[in-house]
Ligand binder design. Structure first.
Ligand code: CP
Ligand code: NVA
Length: 313
């Protein structure tokens, strides 16, 4: 099996990867997924350890990383951010240096994106961003693998994202631009995705020949979309902003009515966890148009490929 060698030590944002590297990861993902489905696993990370630091809650990321490293012959350690010395003031730099003496890779889910950057710089082993306030690269890679599995191509595919311009939106934008997928984001002015990320993605999209549109109009965004994506309006850590965000985002919601304005064969995506009947109607999430559980499953397979690429010597 061909394990890609990546130019960067870490996966902090999707932009750490080139198009060729992402495609190589997807080819490996497809092989690992097919083998896992028939009960076959590979010891590519035999006796290797992955430390997983969680400063925010998780279901998918925690279970898919832990199961994934076990499938590969290795071992994962769950480190609750509230239990380790980080909470009592040990610095990120010292924590990263110490963990690097024990383990072969570190996954971190935290608040400030700068902390992930600092962690990756200080660690001598690969660091994988398992979600920060600004990015969720593993999610975007699993989502585009899910699309690739269905379409076998990216050119001409259109993804519409409806809702908050958050961490997931930022990573989808970066990934779409690198892979050459057209992306439209429908969101209120005050909740647009990060402008620095958008500007860089526009330049990348020009190179890959795809489009990146930011609009206030959900109907315009979904009109030609093959995939229609949303995420929660209130991300972890934003609880205090809940009332203002719910008000501003009220019309940026995936409903049956909105879907009826677009293609009859469009599919619905969500990184989960969903707030039913808030950013997405429960009936839509449960309908045959929804591929949300394929996305969730593919976190496992894509992350296995990422761990092999970063951690296998
Ligand atoms: N989508 C995702 O990252 O889910 P968790 O918060 O459950 O890990
Ligand atoms: N935007 C959400 C994604 C959860 C997986 C959050 O950050 O809470």
């Amino acid at each position: 099996m061909n394990i890609p060698k990546l130019k960067n030590k870490d996966l902090v944002t999707v932009s750490d990867l080139s198009r060729d590297e992402i495609m190589a990861i997807f080819r490996l993902t497809a092989r690992l997924k097919a083998d896992a489905r028939r009960g076959k696993h590979h010891d590519f990370l035999y006796r290797k350890s992955l430390a997983m630091i969680f400063e925010k809650s998780s279901t998918r990321t925690r279970v898919s990383f832990e199961t994934g490293v076990t499938h590969l012959g290795g071992h994962a350690l769950f480190l609750d951010g509230n239990d380790i010395q980080l909470r009592r003031g040990e610095t990120i730099v010292d924590t990263a240096k110490v963990l690097s003496r024990y383990v072969d890779g570190i996954m971190i889910r935290t608040f400030s994106h700068d902390n992930v950057v600092k962690f990756a710089r200080s660690a001598t082993v690969p660091v994988i961003n398992g979600l920060s306030d600004e990015h969720h690269p593993c999610q975007a890679l699993a989502d585009f693998f899910t699309i690739y599995e269905r379409e076998k191509k990216f050119r001409g595919i259109h993804l519409a994202y409806i809702g908050d311009g958050n961490n997931v939106a930022n990573s989808l934008i970066q990934c779409a631009a690198i892979l050459g997928i057209n992306i439209s984001i429908a969101c209120p002015k005050q909740y647009e995705p990060d402008s620095f990320i958008v500007d860089n993605a526009r330049a990348e999209a020009a190179r890959s020949g795809s489009s990146l549109v930011i609009t206030r109009d959900p109907e315009a965004a979904v009109k030609n979309a093959h995939y229609i994506y949303t995420d929660v309006w209130i991300s972890m850590g934003e609880e205090k902003k809940a009332a203002a965000k719910k008000k501003a985002l009220a019309k940026y919601k995936i409903t049956r009515e909105l879907l009826a304005k677009g293609r009859a064969d469009s599919r619905v995506m969500h990184c989960l966890p969903a707030h039913r009947d808030e950013e997405i109607e429960g009936a839509v999430l449960d309908s045959g148009r929804s591929i949300v559980f394929d996305e969730a499953e593919n976190r496992l397979h894509v992350q296995k490929a990422i761990m092999c690429a970063l951690m296998k010597k």
